[in-house]
Write a protein that binds this ligand. Structure first.
Ligand SMILES: [Zn+2]
Ligand SMILES: [Zn+2]
Length: 198
């Protein structure tokens, strides 16, 4: 296996399956790490700002070490295939936007996609759809960076590091809730799910 395939296999292990979205995220992350001069993930603290929550984001978590738990993965629900990576120490940033136009598919594949979108999960349709996905993934993995992405170097404000807040106890469920997320009523704090049920 070549280095790129070995690396992709690691990402697939994390995500649970191989798919075109994951391949985009994988290629975008590799490009960003190289642009920022980071040889291995974890060498430097990176923040990733992702503008969708698709399969691609799992490649970023696995390869760049940016995760929700660490507070260095920020989700903006814009529905765009755009990924911005920022070095925490210097603020240096790279923005990677998917700009690839996949080569057209044959009429048989187009038919299969139409049936799939309409809810058809018959073996014949699934076989064609899976084959089309696999072909697309292979093309994404093999394409040139310049074909896949539009790359820029924006000036971005660094997101503030995760803060620790004190906990309050919800007066309804008795569970702990971080202070800025609790509503403070006259009879005591209440968490958002309980407040919605009142
Ligand atoms: Zn996937
Ligand atoms: Zn509650």
């Amino acid at each position: 296996m070549s280095d790129i395939n070995k690396e992709f296999a690691e990402v697939v292990k994390f995500h649970g399956h191989a798919c075109p979205g994951l391949a985009y995220g994988f290629r975008a992350t590799r490009l960003a790490l190289r642009e920022l001069g980071i040889l291995r993930s974890g060498d430097e603290e990176l923040v990733a700002v992702v503008e969708n929550n698709s399969c691609a984001v799992d490649a970023i978590q696995a390869l760049a070490g940016c995760t929700f738990g660490k507070g260095n993965l920020i989700f903006k629900d814009y529905g765009k295939q755009v990924y911005t990576f920022i070095k925490r120490a210097s603020g240096e940033a790279v923005r990677v936007a998917v700009s690839w136009q996949p080569p057209g598919e044959g009429t048989e594949e187009q038919e299969a996609w139409r049936s799939f979108m309409a809810g058809d999960r018959s073996p014949a349709v699934m076989k064609l759809v899976q084959a089309a996905k696999k072909a697309k993934m292979g093309k994404i993995l093999a394409a040139d960076d310049r074909e896949l992405f539009k790359v820029s170097r924006p000036e971005v404000a660094l997101p503030t590091p995760a803060r620790i807040y004190k906990s309050l106890t919800c007066r309804v469920c008795g569970e702990k809730v971080m202070e800025p997320k609790a509503e403070k009523g006259s009879t005591g704090p209440i968490c958002m799910p309980c407040s919605a049920n009142e």
